[in-house]
Design a protein around this ligand. Structure first.
Ligand code: ZN
Length: 231
């Protein structure tokens, strides 16, 4: 059983690296953002709550995140383990988590704040099909249009410079005390995410003592594709 927590500021590639780790290790990526997106898209009770919170310009509270993660973990479909992205969110949750789950490692994806800013501000999302793209990694065939469906590409509402500055500050305030706790348990590995994606993934695996990534069949779905999450 392999149980990991992945941490890093928004735009550090947590979702991508969780999926890459999970792809050939038979572990389940549990991505809090995806679970909430699934609830919104499927108009669940949690989904409408999230919509209201977003409409008010608020952030989703730690307690709501905790209850969603608890019910996701309670599904016990992770016989070989999981990699959890988006939880714990504060020191109390981190303490609860280390006491109740035998964590094997905490992966910290390190990115300097200036690089986060560059990445986040280059993100767009399709208004029609919801496909996220990064203008750093690829240019759409027609500027401003989604390659999959031709829909309009826009900034996500929370990808403004001001919102990002607040998120970065909050991230450091909340994360540093958790890292201190995890470091005391000697769980933490830190990986610089500025090199290319394959190198970052290889470094994560090496530091965790995991086998290298299997070469992917070009026919396989790209791990970066958003999943339905809590389905
Ligand atoms: Zn589209």
């Amino acid at each position: 059983m392999r149980k990991y927590v992945i941490m890093g500021v928004q735009g550090s590639g947590k979702g991508t690296h969780s999926r890459l780790l999970a792809a050939d290790l038979d572990i389940v990526p549990i991505i809090v953002g995806d679970i909430f997106r699934w609830h919104v898209q499927n108009h669940t009770k949690t989904g409408s709550l999230v919509r209201r919170i977003m409409a008010d310009g608020e952030l989703i509270g730690d307690d709501l995140v905790e209850s969603v993660v608890r019910s996701r973990l309670a599904e016990h479909d992770w016989n070989f383990g999981f990699v959890l992205d988006g939880f714990p969110r504060n020191r109390r949750q981190a303490e609860f988590f280390v006491e109740n789950y035998d964590i094997d490692g905490v992966i910290v994806l390190h990115v300097p704040d200036s690089e986060v800013r560059r990445r986040v501000l280059s993100r767009r999302i399709c208004v029609e099909c919801g496909t996220p793209i990064s203008l750093i990694e690829s240019r759409p065939a027609v500027p401003g249009q989604c390659d999959s469906c031709g829909g309009k590409l826009i900034h996500r509402e929370d990808d403004t410079e001001e919102a990002l500055a607040v998120r970065l500050r909050t991230y450091h305030e909340k994360t540093d005390p958790m890292l201190e706790l995890f470091r005391r348990k000697e769980y933490v590995i830190t990986v610089d995410t500025r090199p290319p994606q394959e190198m970052v993934q290889a470094e994560i695996r090496q530091q965790l003592g995991l086998p290298p990534q299997k070469t992917r069949d070009p026919q396989d779905p790209v791990p970066g594709t958003p999943e339905t999450g809590g389905a």
